[in-house]
Design a protein around this ligand. Structure first.
Ligand code: PSU
Ligand code: MN
Length: 318
């Protein structure tokens, strides 16, 4: 297969110098999303976490590429000042895949969701991406049709997403069903139970289990080698929150119910759902959910860097 790590030139995309160099030299690169910065955490923890995550990726031997849209340009790799803009500027919109062309055309700023980050990462030639949690099938989706575009993007774009699973603000069972239908590998990292973001347990098994980064990399390599031209799709690597930071299911479940009730009372829908619930849960738990969120993102960043390094070796040998 052609190397996924050759630098892709694209007329709408700017690489940070460090990212361009790493890709050109076939060194491991890990993409990061920006909606988690703009809409997933409060300031200043959002920017501080973004910087610490980048540092952890460097320490693990890879180069971080935070993805966003600034003044209509796709960005792979941000400066410190640009991270600050994403964390503070209220004009930064949460943009899903459907919004991306319009934001580019308007010359606007956009924080990329998991789906949009996958798309830009793939255009940039980056195959591994670390985040906190992915979107999924929302509870009550049979009525609302609210299914995150993260799932459809996983079905079509060849990027591996390392996440702490799916929050139980979503319907975890339906999310796993949807991913199966779409042919997306879901790989539990070191655990057989599919993790539920704040909690290590969800009551659902991971369809696949890998014990280490090398095994994940071999599975990704095989997945993309087996793809028809122009296809291939992504994979979800489900890495549980570290034990010390976990909020057990029995504790977080009533908080989530409360947040969902409050959301219904406020008539919040669509793309505002996830940001509202994250903020409300942080409020109710007195910040404990935020601490958990930060711990799991960092954990995912390290695992993603290890997977990127293993995949790089396979591709070089390949
Ligand atoms: N889950 C989190 N934190 C986040 C998100 C999800 O714990 O910041 C963000 C991600 O960017 C994800 C998006 O892609 O929310 C999903 O939004 P929606 O459900 O509107 O597709
Ligand atoms: Mn939605």
């Amino acid at each position: 297969m052609s190397s996924p790590f050759t630098l892709s030139q694209h007329p709408l995309l700017d690489f940070a110098p460090e990212v361009a160099q790493a890709l050109a030299e076939q060194r491991p690169v890990v993409a990061l999303e920006s909606t988690i910065i703009s809409h997933g955490m409060p300031y200043p923890q959002n920017v501080q976490t973004a910087r610490e995550v980048e540092l952890l990726i460097r320490e693990a031997g890879a180069v971080p590429a935070t993805i966003a849209v600034l003044r209509g340009r796709l960005k792979a790799g941000l400066s410190d000042a640009e991270l600050e803009v994403l964390g503070t500027n209220k004009r930064v919109q949460k943009i899903s895949v459907r919004d991306l062309p319009f934001t580019v055309a308007r010359g606007g700023h956009g924080a990329t969701t998991v789906a949009t980050t996958m798309r830009v990462a793939a255009l940039a030639g980056i195959r591994v991406f670390a985040t906190g949690g992915t979107g999924g099938v929302h509870r009550g989706a049979a009525q609302t049709f609210d299914i995150s575009a993260d799932l459809t993007e996983l079905a079509r774009t060849p990027v591996a997403v390392v996440s702490a699973g799916v929050k139980s603000i979503l319907d975890i069972g339906l999310t796993l069903e949807y991913l199966e239908t779409q042919g997306v590998p879901v790989i539990g990292y070191g655990v057989s139970e599919f993790p539920a973001f704040y909690s290590r347990q969800s009551g659902f098994m991971s369809p696949l289990v890998a014990e280490d980064a090398a095994t994940v990399a071999r599975a990704l390599y095989a997945q993309w080698a087996l793809a028809l031209p122009g296809q291939g799709g992504g994979a979800l690597i489900a890495n549980p929150i570290p034990q010390h930071a976990e909020i057990p299911h029995a504790e977080i479940a009533p908080v989530i119910e409360q947040a969902l009730t409050d959301m219904a009372a406020q008539n919040i829908h669509g793309k505002d759902t996830t940001p509202y619930l994250l903020a409300r849960i942080a409020q109710i738990t007195g910040g404990r959910s935020l601490t958990a969120n930060i711990a799991l993102v960092k954990n995912n960043a390290v695992v993603a860097a290890q997977i990127a390094a293993e995949l790089q070796q396979l591709t070089r040998r390949g």
